[in-house]
Design a protein around this ligand. Structure first.
Ligand code: CMX
Length: 136
């Protein structure tokens, strides 16, 4: 599989508003997009560092995956996302190597990317996302 770079790191926070001053005033990053991903029940905020982004994830519902994560483990790094040429091809490859998939097929994620998650039980306990720029 050809991973080109770390597309983003997902960080679970209780409140984007309360977290922004650290990222903007201390680290000097600029939040360039805030977007709700309704089907994932999260609000997201994005910052760029080189080719990589930081994605803050605030739950919008108590039953969201991110709300459950914060309840169990507290705020902090939630997932790593790798950029690939083709999420569908990468899913087929990792599944053939015994990795448990959360998403069996690519779906729409934040920022217009096609994405899919791999289960942390098969990825050394790090929730892993594969991302692909849509080809129009
Ligand atoms: N990183 C590592 N391990 C995680 C995890 C994470 N982010 N989230 C859950 N787990 C672990 C739990 O600690 C638990 O481990 P134990 O069994 O050892 O206690 C196990 O996975 C099961 O966790 P759970 O709380 O019972 O939750 P579920 O099984 O209901 O769901 C998961 C876990 C990973 C399948 C679910 O969170 C998921 O589907 N995540 C992918 C989607 C997602 O996270 N969306 C939000 C971001 C959206 C975006 O970026 O757009």
């Amino acid at each position: 599989m050809n991973l080109s770079h770390i597309e983003h790191l997902g960080i679970a926070v209780k409140s984007i508003e309360a977290s922004l001053p650290y990222y903007e005033n201390v680290l000097g990053l600029k939040c360039y997009n805030i977007e709700v991903v309704a089907d994932q029940k999260v609000k997201t905020a994005f910052f760029k560092i080189g080719q990589t982004k930081i994605e803050l994830l605030e739950p919008t519902s108590e039953d969201s995956a991110v709300a459950k994560f914060i309840e169990k483990r507290g705020e902090g790094i939630h997932h790593i996302a790798f950029a690939v040429d083709s999420v569908a091809d990468a899913l087929a490859e990792v599944e053939s190597k015994g990795v448990q998939l959360i998403d069996k097929a690519p779906r729409a994620g934040a920022e217009g990317l096609n994405i899919a998650f791999l289960h942390p039980k098969s990825t050394c306990s790090v929730l892993t996302e594969l991302c692909e720029e849509p080809k129009n």
